[in-house]
Design a protein around this ligand. Structure first.
Ligand code: BES
Ligand code: ZN
Ligand code: ZN
Length: 492
């Protein structure tokens, strides 16, 4: 919880201040007592404080109150405030009995706008790092769910509140993505997923759910084939946000792979780590989280999210390796491996998004290939695109928020590898390697009208057992901040 005031509170457990690299603290606004400023400055010359490695240092003001000092580099461009916020949370988490904290921010030598951005980004990082998913824990909840009450002391209250609200909308989107990805697959089946999506209509998003009967009528057999072996019904969900002044503006389209569980189907996966395939709906969860953020911050843009929600299971009715299906585009697909199902889901969703909404661009997100993890690990998402301009914008946005992407090539020689001998295309290649690229080539075949398109393979990014700067470990929400930044910087 965060509130904004202009004076110190008498009963806080700690005061946090921010000091630039020069390590000389001045309080131009006269909020802190002379005595305290003296204490701070004499602490800053001690060897503990001078140790460059430590960004966050602290001393006791009294036996009941601590003072945290967060050292900040002089140049705003040279660091990410979110990450300092994340590290600040980790630091506080280790300390007991800290509940109420005053953050005094005005003393940094930044101009007003930069100061306000800095702190709202700092708080976003702090909040992102504090995420927990403990609804299935019946004991120890209290301990895990440590709540810290922040009071931000500033004379730029109104401006900061506005910026904070913007970043809070992003946080809410990321948290929704993480919640969806964290849910176990017996709970978040495609039907339950549509119910979660429908809840977003109260924010002004327009939701349309296409069920199996509708999908059959439309001819989405590529998507339907994936769900054929599951007791759970398959759906396509469409989420629209119309925030642009003119409602006639072409929308931006975001398409997501929502495989609620991927057993591999008849091409069954090995048991070890199969449980991780609950996060195979991670791409769709980014789309849903992004749409929530856009609605909460009332983005001045028209956007549409299209997600294919399905479960890939083996049973007596399941799709077989060797089956041929006719996709929504009319192209026929030979399904050589039922575990390469993500591309089958996206194929119909991509063509549908392109044909129905005639968008300015389409960006799809998917936990598509294990091969992208071999290539880029958990550091970069793979970026593939038919359009250099769109690609550059995505790259720039990814740098802005430090959600890293790396572009990999598309080429007609890779495309040839997925020509089928008896259908138009086959869903895997047996020769030539480059599994992530041939998967992207497959997707490109379902962009029919040359709409600018980009594909983000987030198999290595959606979930991580390790904690990182901005997440506590588990579902990361990677992609929400990146796409939000892309929209804000180039399309509003
Ligand atoms: N969902 C997987 C990809 C994946 C693997 C995501 C590991 C996250 C972590 C996808 O559906 C899949 O199984 N792909 C196969 C494709 C292969 C059969 C051509 C793969 O990557 O092994
Ligand atoms: Zn698979
Ligand atoms: Zn999959």
């Amino acid at each position: 919880m965060t509130t904004f005031t202009s004076s110190l509170s008498p009963d806080s457990d700690a005061l946090a201040i921010f000091v630039s690299e020069k390590l000389q603290y001045k309080d131009k606004k006269g909020i802190l007592s002379k005595n305290l400023i003296q204490k701070i400055n004499s602490f800053l010359v001690t060897s503990k404080a001078k140790n460059k490695e430590d960004e966050i240092i602290s001393f006791d003001i009294t036996d009941k109150q601590k003072c945290f000092i967060v050292k900040i580099k002089n140049k705003y461009e040279s660091f990410f405030p979110e990450e300092i916020g994340g590290r600040f949370f980790s630091h506080l988490k280790k300390m007991k009995d800290l509940n109420k904290i005053d953050l005094y921010i005005d003393s940094l030598n930044f101009d007003k706008q930069i100061l306000v951005s800095f702190f709202s980004e700092f708080c976003l990082g702090f909040n992102l790092k504090s995420y927990t998913f403990n609804k299935y824990k019946t004991t120890n909840k209290e301990k895990i769910n440590k709540k810290i009450i922040f009071k931000i002391i500033t004379s730029h209250k109104e401006k900061l509140k506005k910026e904070y609200k913007y970043h809070d909308a992003i946080k809410e989107g990321v948290f929704l993505t993480r919640d969806l990805v964290s849910e176990p697959p017996n709970i978040l089946n495609p039907k339950k997923y549509t119910e979660e999506i429908k809840k977003l209509s109260k924010l002004g998003l327009k939701i349309e759910i296409l069920n199996e009967a509708k999908l059959k009528k439309l001819g989405m057999n590529s998507l339907l084939g994936v769900g054929q072996g599951s007791e759970n019904e398959t759906f396509l969900a469409v989420i629209r946000w119309n925030g642009a002044k003119s409602n006639f503006g072409k929308p931006l389209a975001f398409v997501g792979k929502g495989v609620c569980f991927d057993t591999g189907g008849i091409s069954l996966k090995p048991a070890r780590f199969m449980e991780e395939m609950k996060y195979d709906m991670g791409g769709s969860a980014v789309v849903v989280g992004l749409m929530k953020s856009l609605a909460l911050r009332k983005a001045k843009v028209n956007a549409v999210g299209v997600v294919g929600l399905v479960e890939n299971m083996p049973d007596g009715n399941a799709q077989r390796p060797g089956d041929i299906v006719k996709s929504y585009s009319g192209k026929t697909i030979e399904v050589l491996n039922t575990d390469a199902e993500g591309r089958l889901v996206l194929a119909d969703a991509l063509t549908y998004a392109e044909e129905k909404f005639k968008p300015q661009f389409i960006i799809d997100l998917a936990t598509l290939t294990g091969a992208i993890i071999m290539a880029l690990g958990e550091e970069y998402a793979g970026l593939f695109s038919n359009n250099d301009e769109l690609s550059k914008k995505i790259f720039k946005a990814s740098e802005n928020v430090n959600e890293k992407v790396w572009r990999l090539p598309l080429h007609k020689n890779y495309d040839k590898l997925i020509d089928s001998t008896i259908a138009d295309v086959q869903n895997i290649n047996y020769a030539g390697g480059a599994g992530s690229i041939t998967a992207a080539q497959f997707l490109q075949r379902f962009i029919i009208n040359k709409t600018p398109w980009a594909h983000l393979d987030i198999a290595g990014m959606a979930f991580s057992k390790k904690a990182a700067n901005l997440n506590p470990g588990g579902a990361t929400g990677f992609g929400v901040r990146l796409l939000n930044n892309l929209i804000k910087e180039y399309y509003e």
